[in-house]
Write a protein that binds this ligand. Structure first.
Ligand code: ATP
Ligand code: MG
Length: 420
């Protein structure tokens, strides 16, 4: 294919270098997948993956700074200063032996056979992800009609959609992500089986689902992703503890909406975002509801919140394994919420100096979108951050009715406040 809109200068120099080295050794190398797709859409690719007819051993021999990795599918990481590029050998159809490692459900567990370029193309998920670009000849190779689909902004599964979703249900989440992120639309045949295929996500390892959820919701297209996931019943599948109506849609309140908008905004501004905050927002409502039940049973607000938080997170982890370093912060953000009610004395002082104070304060603001009664507290905690350390101390310990020194609390502080 001769005419295309790829500006060669936007292709990663290191990727071109690798392809040139492969070519000089008598192999063929191409930029594949999201890199080609995004370049054609005029977007900045996240990464440039390379596919080649050289085997992992042959690739490894050509590049001093490289390493063969992976068990499910072996590929080679080639490094340069501060950059890493994945180089994979063309994949072919699964062999008879490997077919045996398919589960009864049709899911592929292992696939390590090499194949031709065309075979490699049809093993990919969507046509727009199966284009090859040769930056030396500046040519695009298309075996599946991906170029035309891309021009039509069409997301089309390669092969039989139902079968391909069954092989790997994560493709359903990838479909949602590309729809939201690229502004493409799934064709009817690819969309029809999605709702049902989403249920197969129950068999996918929770750690992989956690990664995919972050790509959807901890991104610059979080709001659109959530909307697509709603339409396809995927929110219900991934966050079963939320409250759903009869059509399995969650009525997300302003808190969650704003949390996702804030994520987008922060990413656009180049600020860091954390899964801890995202999950705090996503699971706040079910956590709160459960905490109230414990309060009704006579637990203190703080203890109820801690116990409920642990339970809600444990359940969510069965679907999307949240690494402890994040879930600990999520619980910390929640556990700090009741503490905002005290604006005087040593407890307020300690709260202000918590390591995760800022995240908890940002969360308080979100809560105030759903609970106006919190607005005076938001004002107070906003104000206190604008004054000097000495003034803060004066404000918290001296002014107002609060006594300068409170008696130590009898009750042991609730556990779970691990965001210290
Ligand atoms: P991005 O990197 O922008 O998130 P991408 O399409 O590059 O999108 P990757 O996860 O980097 O996604 O995968 C690279 C390529 O590998 C894809 O474009 C696709 O061709 C292929 N691929 C990835 N995951 C799957 C899958 N689950 N099934 C089939 N092919 C896949
Ligand atoms: Mg990619």
């Amino acid at each position: 294919m001769a005419e295309h809109r790829i500006n060669k200068r936007r292709v990663d120099r290191f990727a071109v270098e690798i392809i040139r080295t492969l070519s000089e050794a008598g192999y063929h190398g191409y930029i594949v997948g999201g890199g080609v797709r995004d370049l054609l859409l005029g977007m900045k690719p996240k990464d440039f993956d390379i596919a080649t007819d050289a085997t992992p051993e042959q690739i490894h021999q050509l590049f001093r700074r490289s390493r063969i990795i992976g068990r499910r599918f072996r590929l080679v990481h080639v490094y340069t200063r501060g950059e890493l590029i994945e180089v994979a050998t063309f994949r072919g159809p699964a062999s008879a032996k490997e077919n045996k490692t398919c589960q009864n459900s049709g899911r592929i567990l292992s696939d390590n056979t090499y194949g031709s370029m065309a075979e490699d193309a049809i093993r990919r998920d969507f046509t727009i992800n199966a284009l090859f670009y040769d930056p030396l000849a500046e040519e695009i190779y298309d075996f599946v009609g991906g170029y035309e689909d891309l021009n039509k902004r069409l997301l089309r599964v390669i092969g039989d959609p139902e079968l391909r979703y069954r092989e790997d249900p994560v493709r359903v989440l990838r479909a949602a992500r590309f729809t939201a992120k690229l502004g493409v639309k799934a064709d009817a045949a690819s969309e029809r089986p999605i709702y049902k295929a989403g249920q197969l996500l129950a068999d996918v390892p929770p750690a992989r689902l956690f990664d995919e959820v972050l790509k959807l919701l901890l991104s610059s297209h979080a709001v659109a992703s959530f909307a697509v996931m709603q339409n396809w019943g995927l929110v219900h599948q991934l966050f079963p503890q939320l409250k759903f109506d009869k059509t399995k849609r969650v009525q997300e309140g302003p808190l969650l909406q704003q949390a996702m908008l804030n994520t987008e905004e922060r990413i656009h501004q180049g600020k860091p975002v954390t899964p801890a905050f995202l999950f705090a927002a996503l699971l706040w409502e079910p956590m709160n509801e459960r905490a109230r039940k414990y309060e009704d049973k006579g637990y203190s607000a703080q203890d109820a919140l801690t116990i409920a938080g642990d339970e809600i997170i444990a359940r969510q982890c069965r679907v999307t394994a949240i690494p402890r370093r994040f879930s600990a912060v999520t619980r910390g953000i929640w556990a700090m919420q009741p503490r905002f009610e005290k604006t005087r004395g040593s407890r307020a002082w300690r709260l202000l100096n918590e390591r995760k104070f800022r995240a908890a304060y940002d969360f308080l603001i979100l809560r105030s979108l759903e609970d106006e009664a919190l607005l005076p507290l938001v004002d107070w905690w906003t104000q206190i951050q604008t004054i000097s350390h000495a003034e803060q101390e004066k404000e918290i310990f001296v002014s107002g009715k609060g006594s300068k020194r409170r008696r130590p609390r009898k009750r042991k502080p609730a556990s779970g406040q691990d965001a210290h």
